[in-house]
Design a protein around this ligand. Sequence first.
Ligand code: PLP
Length: 395
Amino acid sequence: MSMSALSRRRFIQLSGALPVSVALARPAFAAASGAALPNPGLMDVPANLVLINGNEYPSGPTPAALKALNAVAANGNRYYMAETTKFTGELAAYHGLKPGYATIYAGSSEPLRFTTMAFTGPAKSLVTADPTFESAWRAADAMGAKVHKVPLKADFSYDVKAMVAADPNAGLIYICNPNNPTGAIVKRSDIEWVLENKPKGAVVLVDEAYIHFSDAESVIDLVAKDKDLVVIRTFSKIYSMGGLRFGYALARPDLMEKLLHYGVNSMATTAIQCAKTMLFDKDLVLLRKKANADARDMTFEFLSKQGYAFSPSQANHFLVDMKRDGRLAAASFANKSVIIGRSWASMPTWSRVSVGSMKEMESFQTAFVDVMKDPAGKVNAMAHPYPHLEDAFRC
Ligand code: PLP
């Protein structure tokens, strides 16, 4: 179905419930009439689309967390700064750290960029694996820093020796554990080796966005030991708060000071209450980790039977070799109502697929069989039916 046909149908459905004047005033309806969508990743798609492109958790916050969120929403007129300070202290203590070692943000994108900006520059490069989450590449580029992209080893592990050797003037070494997009973990002994052997003056940034899904060992205890280390975490993944926004950075105070140079914003009181409730929920991580692993293992069994290679993921996403250009694969899946993730330039035929619910992964499998039946020429001719979703998710 073309986007315009889709938009028209959705417009008619939605506008039926509202006076036309109200409907026309709303952004979604402006989009239907041809204007840019204000929120292209989320609006104007059919309800039955399977969204396994953004590494999101398939369901929302827990009922208890939503209750806590709702309890403060009516007081949204107040800044409630003290709540931010209080929760920052609680969060630090939760990780065995003193309060000055934590800063909370609306997600981990800001501390990721700010850490990169603080420790790279024209004379201080960034070293990362490739493929990995690219946000640091862009921030380093903006700082005029050189970016060294060190290929993963054949088994998808980090080549830490090559990363440390990449540049004696490295300012920051970024380690994503588990790695996005492969979902493969980085061994703690490898991170320890990097910390011991890195160029003097370089800082190591460990991004633990997906660690809760995996058996990877956190290095937060090394922050307590005052290493040259920044650890970032987010509630956008297993805690399903991508749209609600909550994340944090942990580092010794003199390093944190350099991040703070780039500013902190007021936190949403709703997000704080929601995050706090889930952080102290003893069952959430275990239950969700298992649900994710079950859906992922079922998909891996299927892919193995079909004879397709995939990355050894412990996270809520993996790479699969589609044996065709990733953009074409994404368009083919989208034509079957399954939205998969993107590819990386260094592995152009491998697409990232997020792990959804069991039901969503069954839909992925059905679509996969169909897509792989398509001769390459037919796939080539197919346009992506939701072009606004193609690059919207930079997750
Ligand atoms: N780090 C990694 C590895 C990610 O994949 C993402 C987003 O997908 C982020 C950080 C930033 O996410 P957020 O700002 O929602 O916390």
